[in-house]
Design a protein around this ligand. Structure first.
Ligand code: GLU
Length: 298
């Protein structure tokens, strides 16, 4: 059994990220699984200092992982192979839509489809339309051709979840493989059997499970955990106060205090030393975790 922690190095962690990291670690270690660290660094906003600070802050709350951190940016070849496999099965098509066009076309709600679902504008283009798009010089994205499949998942925390799969992007116009494609190829290639992540990603999970099937791969089990939100109801962000490890240290708190803030938010007994975390692992019970978001008040 293998778990993973897969952050995008596009910023310093805040308490919400660290809380999800702690949960990924607790689920994994309590099942005596190994934990892989995977940097999802195909994004343009990646910066070198964030790789370092994310690893440091993870360690500062007493967590560890196994092996060398993996970087998606070093693995682009395997994503291209998977895209090639799908293209060979006739399961891809090119799409020239802009974000704005998609937004406008999807303003009418579609039953079951996830937010921002693609309405299929480019899936049946005529030869003439394709030539016109090609002449525009704009590089197309590559999308998956779906048939309105509805995928059911059994989430360890949230129970049954059902969602329709849209023609989501496999490869962006600039040649960068998409998040959904990278996650699926990597989780399979790295032998991940258990995914623990924020519940903001739940709507994408049917897409990912569908893609596992098309590539002939087995999906992992999923546990989606609630996010941390500000009193306004927004997802926690920098502007909501002392939310990073550095912010908390500058308030005079210790790294252990930060760990204890996170443990308390999960209704897990505080620790007096990092060593005591191993005792919490032994009695960790995912069924007693809060299911509602944690409202952070500074
Ligand atoms: N890289 C994603 C994030 O930082 C997480 C992806 C995943 O866990 O599937 O939100």
């Amino acid at each position: 059994m293998t778990g993973r922690w897969a952050p995008s190095p596009t910023g310093h962690f805040h308490l919400g990220n660290l809380r999800t990291a702690l949960l990924a670690w607790l689920f994994t270690r309590s099942a005596s699984e190994s934990l892989i660290w995977r940097f999802e660094d195909l994004d343009n906003a990646v910066r070198p200092e964030f790789y370092r600070s994310q690893i440091r802050d993870f360690q500062r709350i007493g967590l560890d992982w196994d092996g060398e951190p993996v970087r998606q940016s070093n693995r682009v070849g395997i994503y291209r192979d998977a895209i090639g496999q799908l293209a060979q099965q006739g399961l891809t098509y090119r799409c020239w839509c802009t974000r704005r066009e998609i937004r406008e076309a999807t303003s009418a709600p579609h039953a079951h489809l996830p937010e921002g679902a693609y309405p299929g504008t480019c899936r049946g283009l005529t030869r003439q339309q394709i030539s016109q798009h090609e002449a525009s010089g704009r590089e197309p994205a590559l999308r998956l051709r779906t048939q309105g499949e509805v995928v059911k998942i059994q989430d360890r925390q949230l129970g049954n979840f059902e969602g329709a799969v849209d023609d989501f992007v496999l490869c962006r116009g600039d040649g960068v493989p998409s998040y959904n494609l990278g996650v699926v190829v990597d989780d399979a290639d790295l032998g991940v059997t258990e995914v623990v992540r924020g519940d903001d990603l739940l709507p994408s999970t049917p897409r990912q499970v569908h893609l596992f099937g098309l590539l002939g791969l087995n999906p992992p089990s999923y546990a989606h955990v609630p996010l941390v939100i500000a009193p306004s109801g927004e997802r926690l962000a920098k502007r909501h106060g002392a939310v990073t490890m550095e912010d908390r240290l500058s308030l005079g708190e210790s790294e252990l205090d930060v760990l204890n803030i996170l443990l308390s938010s999960l209704r897990i007994e505080k620790v007096v030393s990092f060593g005591q975390l191993s005792e919490r692992v032994k009695v960790f019970d995912s069924t007693s975790l809060p299911l509602a978001p944690w409202i952070f008040t500074d």
